[in-house]
Design a protein around this ligand. Structure first.
Ligand code: ZN
Length: 424
């Protein structure tokens, strides 16, 4: 018996097309894609009015496992991913201990396999313990399955270390993912430097702290020929630098998150610690520049930077609360609401930024044809809903999207032919 998804609007992100069809899954793979497939002998799900897409790919999540599992673990993170339509996620190594050895890479794969609801692809640390001093063994980490390298959560202060990392990653065909903030300039400050930091009487993280590190890492990628991927771009200056570098042929890819094209620093005044994130929400000028960079392809990928924290941690005063917000269960809807509904992007254009584009950075497949592994998701583009963090599968409830009304909702996620989420 197969699983037959009837009457779907199939989105092919590479071809940029939407095709009405039925899709039959047999075992782990897509067996057929055509209109009017016979139902006999199959489990049938009717997707009338829904878009059927390759499973979403999030190349930037924090699953807090090992060591910080009171915030999230690989099982709860995987469940949140499935509920958000994600079938593959890449998790950052800033855990406790840091994922900087082959044994910890294997630990992530084993726990994800046991949870069984999402492919979790570990990113190996750039430096031992993410301390910035000594490079990890890139070849050994890649051999164990590290999908990329990053010290995300903290910047790599040493330009020499980033240069060495780009050179070490290049023969392995892997990207170095850069958390671009000048550490000394941002300290542990809570907000963007500007009107809101002044209103709150707090020191701020200036946009230049991001721009400088982006400029440095682009220069290092240009000089070495290595692949730099710029994480969570939030400033107009970074977007401009990346656009110019791409025009010169630098091997750079880049990402942003829904919060940076949806909200500004003003949200801190309304939502307090829920809006505290690194890099911080910026000005309206930056928000518009990020939107423009998403639309013109400067920013290839949309990721969540899913960063769960406990309620107790986020209840602390703004200067002491940790930075970050969860995003897996709101990302598709947030993007649909901000980008597709107003007519900025078509559905295939959005889905490409959430599937094929990050998959290309990581070097993983996207399901689009018979014979491909059946990692798929379906969403209803009409459903309007209000975000209630208490209903999340994630342990984290911390999001600036709490209470927001969004359009578009994930209804079905299929991982390797198995239904892992279904609210049809
Ligand atoms: Zn980061």
């Amino acid at each position: 018996m197969g699983l037959l998804l009837k009457n779907a609007e199939f989105v092919d992100p590479a071809g940029g097309t939407v095709t009405p069809l039925d899709l039959l899954i047999e075992g782990e793979r897509i067996a057929a894609m055509a209109p009017g497939l016979p139902e006999t002998g199959h489990q049938v799900l009717d997707l009338t009015g829904k878009y059927l897409c390759p499973g979403l790919v999030d190349m930037h999540v924090h699953f807090r496992d090992p060591g910080l599992t009171y915030k999230e673990d690989i099982a709860t993170g995987s469940a949140a991913a499935a509920a958000g339509g994600f079938t593959s996620v890449a998790c950052m190594p800033n855990t406790k201990p840091v994922i900087d050895t082959p044994a910890w890479i294997r630990y992530v794969y084993e726990k994800a396999e046991a949870a069984g609801t999402c492919r979790v692809l570990p990113i190996g640390a750039v430096t031992v313990g993410q301390k910035g001093a000594e490079l990890t063994d890139f070849a050994a980490l890649a051999e164990a399955g590290a999908i990329a390298f990053s010290d995300d959560g903290v910047p790599v202060d040493s330009a020499k270390r980033v240069r060495d990392a780009l050179k070490a990653a290049m023969p392995l065909g892997k990207a170095v993912i850069s958390h671009c903030e000048d550490g000394e300039m941002v300290q542990n400050y809570a907000v963007n430097e500007g009107a809101v930091s002044e209103a709150l009487g707090l020191p701020g993280r200036p946009a230049i702290a991001e721009d400088l590190m982006v400029a440095r890492d682009l220069m290092l990628a240009e000089e070495t020929g290595g692949h730099i991927h710029i994480a969570h771009v939030s400033t107009a200056g970074s977007a401009r630098l990346i656009r110019e570098a791409k025009a010169r042929g630098v091997h750079v890819t880049a990402e942003t998150c829904p919060q940076y094209f949806t909200f500004t620093e003003q949200e801190l005044l309304k939502k307090g610690t829920m809006a505290r994130v690194n890099p911080p929400l910026r000005t309206e000028k930056d928000r518009q520049a990020i939107l423009e960079a998403v639309l013109d392809g400067t920013l290839d990928c949309i990721v969540t930077d899913h960063a769960p924290h406990s309620a107790e941690e986020k209840a602390r005063p703004l200067p002491e609360a940790p930075s970050g917000m969860v995003g897996l269960e709101t990302s598709l809807a947030a993007c649909y609401t901000a980008l597709v509904k107003p007519g900025y992007l078509t559905v295939p254009e959005l889905i490409r930024k959430m599937t094929a584009a990050p998959a290309a950075v990581l070097g993983i497949p996207v399901a689009a044809a018979p014979g491909d592994r059946a990692d798929l998701m379906a969403f209803d583009p009409e459903e309007v809903w209000t975000v209630d963090p208490e209903r999340f599968y994630s342990k984290g409830r911390n999001t600036v999207f709490g209470g927001e009304t969004l359009t578009g909702r994930v209804k079905l996620t299929v991982l390797g032919g198995r239904i892992v989420y279904n609210t049809l």
